[in-house]
Each structure stands twice: as structure tokens, then as C-alpha cells.
Design a protein around this ligand. Sequence first.
Ligand code: NAD
Length: 478
Amino acid sequence: MDSRNLIYGEWMTPSGETITVVNPSNTKDTVGVLHLSSASDMHQAGDAARHALTKWAALTGTERANYLYKTAELFVAHIDDLAQVASSEMGKPITEMKGEVMRAVNLLKYYAAEGVRANGDVIPASSSQVLQYTKRVPLGVVAIITPWNFPVAIPIWKMAPALICGNTVIWKPAEFASLTAVKVAELFQQAGLPAGVLNLVIGKGRVIGNTLLEEIEIDGVSFTGSTATGMQVAATAAKRNIRYQTEMGGKNAAVVLGDADLSLTIPAVLSGAFRSAGQKCTATSRIIVEQSIYEAFTEALQDEVQKLYISQATDPSSYLGPVASLSQHETVMKYVQMANRDARKVAEGVAKVDPALGHYVMPLVVTGVDKSHPLVTDEIFGPVATLLPAQDFDEALALCNDTVYGLSAAVFTRDIRKGLRFLDEAQAGMVRINQETAGVEYQAPFGGMKMSSSHTREQGQAALDFYSQIKTCAIYYG
Ligand code: NAD
């Protein structure tokens, strides 16, 4: 499969540099070719999105909703090929990938339904002959910049609310998820979305991402990716006074208290740490365990981690595939080497595939490092979790909050008072009792505190606030 750009309803192949995409599960297997765009391709997309805006914004919510419902139907019809392309391109296990496509379907339907919801307030005026009310209007042209780790769900949880609010979109996906992006855009096009409403431009963030943010007439930007890039995006947008949201990194903790039910806790901690090979912004990468249960927890964890195996992403029984790319593998392996040097191994999974075949990293739990060690402070974004003992609940909470990030945090306990205190005091945008750190529902607001997010939330109703602006209207009828 070759990548193409979708600009004003036309598929175009840029004439610049190309990159061969290899399957991270088996690097001898070529999946496709990416044709990288230049600044001039991005400018064309900018013109297309601006040109399509007036007509799209003038449609009723019901009319816009019909395109989202149709796209949702097409996602269901094409779930197998969509999941297959994504698994082959970025290594997420196929069964998990199909779940991700279904999440996208639910998001499309959820935001389609918002097209007909009353969305303003009537505010009493000082005169009885004045009707005063608020209404939502679109931002205009929005830039959507997405990472590779949720190649379908993240673009949809941005684009569906952006489109239903009447914005037009320029989408710059991550390089390692570009073929999936082409499939997604094809389905929007098949649903009959008017030309220019969604424009897809494939290429490098440092090249066309910068063009998009610095040169194109955009009215908003929604970014998900690393904290380092997100800070640059925010700075550029702030200089231009463009509305922005940046969803960034995490270093999420699961806190296991002495009274935790281990039969519930262990699967939730493992799923949080190792599903998607630990490449979720909400992945559990610190496991903080109260001393009184430390030994029992460690033994139970060892038993279960030893049953985890890595396998090719397209294996329907795969729990853990490879990491997404060579560069991702190199980064994660630096932490594995650090763990081999500085930490003590608690448990490691097994390989059901020759690890040399692709970008595989064995699931690993380590301990014995200080709280200032990079294994405890850095976002690793791979299947490596660090176990930290805590004397009591207070120390566990302090360790949980001892990070620059604040995306997600979970506590495992049977004591509702401690649980509720954790919900109050854990410094994270998403806090949970007896649930893994990953896997937040689409109808609820998603986002973090501290260095994990800027000032907005995604998904749920919160997304509609981001993608629209409020006008206060007054009518004198005396
Ligand atoms: P990344 O920051 O490298 O890239 C994200 C996107 O930004 C890509 O499309 C990339 O091409 C683009 N980009 C890169 N440089 C750019 C620039 N100068 N200008 C404009 N765009 C640019 O992140 P990644 O490696 O793709 O994703 C992994 C990161 O994403 C992790 O840190 C993870 O925690 C984070 N993430 C966060 C959330 C969340 O909701 N908080 C969700 C998923 C992933």
C-alpha cells in the first residue's frame, strides 16, 4: 500500500522523499511506502480547508451528523482491513486493534448525536423585551496532529467533535500510522464527506507539522504526542493566539494497598502495564505497593507475568506484540539495559516468537531503584514497569504524586475512605479505584494535570467546548 494525501477531495501523491514501512512484527515484511509531503502540499490543504469551511459550517447539525453515522457504518463494515493495516504498520495486537476501531465507531455515533442537541443557554436580560442567549459557532479550520499509538481512536476522538461542530480539518498523522490514516480518510470520503472538509497530509512533524502550525491560516490545533513536542506546539499556537490543546506524556502509577483484592488487582495492573506493549499514555509504569502486601503481591505478579508472552501482532491471541518502530525499540531497550545494570528483575514474560524477527521487547517488572532513577521518572513508553515499596498509604500517595506528569492514577483497595482520599489527593486528570490506569471511557472527559496536558479536556462533552466558541446574542423585540 502506498500513502497518498487527500486534499480537496482528490487523492494526490507528493513527489518528495519516500520511506518504506516495515512490519514491526517481522521486519522482513514490507507493508507499504510513505510519500512525504512538502510545505507546498500543506499550503494546498490549508486552502482547501478554508474554501470548504463556509458551506460546511452552514449545514445543520443533523446534516453534518449524517456523514458521521455513515462513516461509523463503513468502519464496522471495514473493521478487519482497518485493524489489519494498523496492526501491520504499528504492531498493536489485532484483537486489541479491532476493539480500538469499535471505540472509534462509538465516538462517531456519540458525536453525531450531538449534532441535534440544544447547545446554548437562554440568559435573562435586564429588559423584558430582550431575548438574550448563547450559541456555539465553529472555530474554523482546525489542525489535528496525532501520534501512532492509537492510530484510529485518537484521530476520531478529535475529528468527530471537530466536524460535528462545523469545523474543517487538516490532519497530520504520525509517520508510523500514516497508512492507517489513509484507510480512515478513504472511509470518510466513501461516506460522501464534501471535498475539503477533511484533508489528510502525510509527512514528517518537523517539516510539515511546523508548516501547518506556523504558516497555515488555522483557527485551532489539537495535538497528542510527547511532552517535548506538545510544548513547542503550545508555544507556537499561543504566539498566534490560536486555541490549542496538547495531550502529552504520562508516568502513571497503580497504588496497591495492603487490603487490595489481588485476584482483581494483578490482572488490572498487568493489563495497564503491558497491553499495547506499554505504549499507552495512560499505561501503568510505576507499581507502588504497601509494605504489608509487598511479598504476596510480588509472588502473585511473578506467576502471572511468566505467563505473558510476546507474539506477532496479527496473531488473534496476542496479548503483547512488538513495539511500533526501530526508533521506539532503541529507546525502550536503553531503559531495559539501564534496568539490567541498576535494578533487580522481579518478573519477565516469555517469547512465543523469535524476538530477532521484529521490534520485540519482553514484558519486564523491576525493582530496587531510587525514586529519582530514570526508570521511575521518565516516560519509557514500552513494556517496562518499576515496582516501588511504600511503608503506608501516605508514603504511597506521596510517591504517586512525585512526578512531573499527571495523566492517570489508580488505587487498589477495599477501604472506600482511603479510595476516596486517593481520588481527592492523587494529582492526575483521571483517577480510579480498583480499575487499571488505562482504558478511560469515551463519553467521559480525558486529559491530565501538570506536564501531561494543557488546559482543556478531550472526549465526552468537553471536546465540544474545545471545538466551538460561544457567541452571546441579544434581540430587542419591543
Ligand atoms: P511525537 O511528539 O513524536 O509526535 C506526535 C505527532 O506530532 C506526530 O504526528 C509527529 O509527526 C508530530 N510532530 C513532531 N514534531 C512536530 C513539530 N515540530 N510540529 C508539529 N508536529 C510535530 O509523539 P509520538 O512518538 O507520536 O507519540 C508518543 C507520545 O504521545 C508519548 O509521549 C505518549 O504519552 C503521548 N500520548 C499522549 C496521549 C494523551 O492523550 N495524553 C495519548 C497518546 C499518546
